[in-house]
Design a protein around this ligand. Structure first.
Ligand SMILES: [Zn+2]
Length: 116
């Protein structure tokens, strides 16, 4: 299961960040950005997180997941809509001269620690 390895990497990243910051407190909140085009399912991430967090530094953490949207920019007509899924042509004019930005990220955005 793909999401398991993602959560494993996430927990390791959190542990690394805390160690580097010289912190010892418990993690109370994690904010994770899962782009709408990343192909990662938030439900599966939550499920994997519940399975894997016990015994780790994120055991008590609340997991908050956000979904940044992707934007298409059309070089032909200048349209710049948000897109819910990956598309190959501009929805306004049909041109394939487009760029797509954002939406594919899987990013740990925030780590909150309890006061120690
Ligand atoms: Zn266009």
């Amino acid at each position: 299961m793909h999401e398991m390895s993602i959560v494993q990497a996430l927990i390791e990243q959190v542990e690394g960040e805390i160690e580097r910051a010289g912190q010892t407190g418990r993690v109370t909140r994690l904010e994770l950005a899962i782009g709408t085009l990343s192909g990662v399912h938030a439900d599966s991430i939550r499920f994997a997180f519940e399975l894997m967090s016990p015994g780790t530094v994120v055991e008590q953490a609340e997991l908050v997941i956000t979904h940044p949207a992707a934007h298409l920019t059309c070089r032909q007509c200048g349209a710049a809509p948000e897109i819910p899924e990956l598309i190959m042509a501009c929805p306004a004019c049909g041109s394939t001269d487009i760029t797509i930005a954002g939406g594919t990220d899987l990013l740990l955005q925030t780590i909150e620690l309890e006061d120690s």
